[in-house]
Design a protein around this ligand. Structure first.
Ligand SMILES: *Cc1c(COP(=O)(O)O)cnc(C)c1O
Length: 377
């Protein structure tokens, strides 16, 4: 099945009980048992729910994995996966990961005895030198948020597996439409489904896909024990959103390429971060390991005053947290998504007060270009 067909036909199609083409919303917490323990495969909705199962099978197939798991948010998915580790374990992780990922590791998991080294995983030698005797996992985000740094998943996988580490990849930015980390050696793939997977700014959810039966058993145990599962309404919105993932990503990609080129040529823009630009240090690698560059663009206009001018003048870029939706969004990472990272660390990473992040939507690109041109004037 080709990707655009797969987003429509993979997983569980429709409803086996009624023939309904759309998977129904099974708004139920419990299921009648014919006799004690004699069920139709469902006994309690924290453990399994047919609407959620349809999504879990679908994302498992889209990511080329063995099994998928749905959670109440991206952070719930990430936290549940980190619970595969034990006190005393250490992880090596990309230095400019999503702010919430940094926070949960630095403020919660550290307290529970799981330590981390944040490093520039786009450099294989930096990964190698961060690994200790206690390291159990390598955690990547690629491309990263907000600087769009690209890590070679295949090389990272070779290093991880040589040291017996789990390779975990947050694939939120690339989506399973463009990038398949499991094919490149990842053991676990994570998503904030709130973003491109849902795609319409109307649901918060998370997904995880594992590459082996053994990991599927372990993660299912955590999902069921901890219970950070989404409700059937949210799951249904994701099932609906995924059907247009291919169409949306194709349009977003076209728009983003033109906007990145426009920004790169603009005299007021100091620096543009977009893997689709030939000038981007990760361009060749991004083109090799993914079939598209995605819709996230960051650019530096030098100072806060120019940032504020652009924010107040832009009409079609809505000032908001989040990303990956049909409507274009604009944000200031240092003040918003990455505010929980201490300023000295932000500055060291390049997340300056003059940095703007765009999540390009599916609008007519000419309107978006005109809007940015007048906002930058
Ligand atoms: C948003 C995001 C998360 C967190 O997901 P939530 O759904 O907000 O909990 C994790 N990783 C990346 C890359 C994100 O963009």
């Amino acid at each position: 099945m080709r990707p655009k067909t797969q987003v429509i036909h993979a997983g569980i199609f429709g409803d086996e009980f009624t023939g309904s083409v759309s998977v129904p919303i099974y708004q139920t917490s419990t299921y009648k048992q014919e006799a004690v323990g004699k069920t139709k495969g469902y006994d309690y909705s924290r453990s399994a729910n047919p609407t959620r199962r349809a999504l879990e099978v679908l994302i498992g197939e889209l990511e080329h994995g063995k099994a998928g798991f749905a959670f109440g948010s991206g952070m719930a998915a990430i936290s549940s996966v980190l619970m595969l580790l034990n006190s005393g374990d250490h992880i090596v992780i990309t230095d400019d990961v999503y702010g919430g990922t940094f926070r949960v590791i630095d403020k919660v998991f550290k307290r529970l005895g799981i330590t981390a080294t944040f490093t520039d995983t786009s450099k294989p030698e930096a990964i190698e030198s961060a690994i200790t005797n206690h390291t159990k996992a390598l955690y990547l985000e690629t491309p990263t948020n907000p600087l769009l740094k690209v890590t070679d998943i295949q090389k990272a996988s070779a290093i991880a597996h040589r040291h017996g580490l789990l390779l975990i990849v947050d694939n939120t930015f690339a989506t399973p439409y463009w990038q398949h980390p499991i094919d490149l050696g990842a053991d676990i793939v994570l998503h904030s489904a709130t973003k491109y997977i849902g795609g319409h700014s109307d649901v918060v959810s998370g997904l995880a896909v594992v590459a082996s039966e053994e990991l599927a058993e372990r993660l299912y145990f955590i999902q069921n024990s901890v219970g950070a599962v989404p409700g059937p309404q949210d799951v249904w919105l994701l099932l609906r959103g995924i059907k247009t993932l291919g169409l949306r990503m194709e349009q977003i990609e076209k728009n983003a390429n033109q906007i990145a080129q426009f920004l790169e040529d603009h005299p007021k823009v100091k620096k543009v971060y977009y893997p689709g630009l030939v000038s981007h240090p990760g361009h060749v690698l991004a083109a090799k390991q993914a079939s598209g560059f995605g819709g996230m663009i960051s650019f530096d206009v030098g100072d806060e005053q120019t940032v504020n001018q652009i924010l107040s003048k832009s009409r079609y870029f809505t000032l908001a947290e989040s990303l990956g939706a049909v409507e274009s969004l604009i944000s200031v990472p240092a003040k918003m998504t990455h505010a929980s990272i201490p300023k000295p660390r932000r500055d060291a990473l390049g997340i300056t007060d003059g940095l703007i992040r765009l999540s390009v939507g599916i609008e007519d690109v000419q309107d978006l270009l005109d809007d940015l041109a007048q906002a930058l004037d």
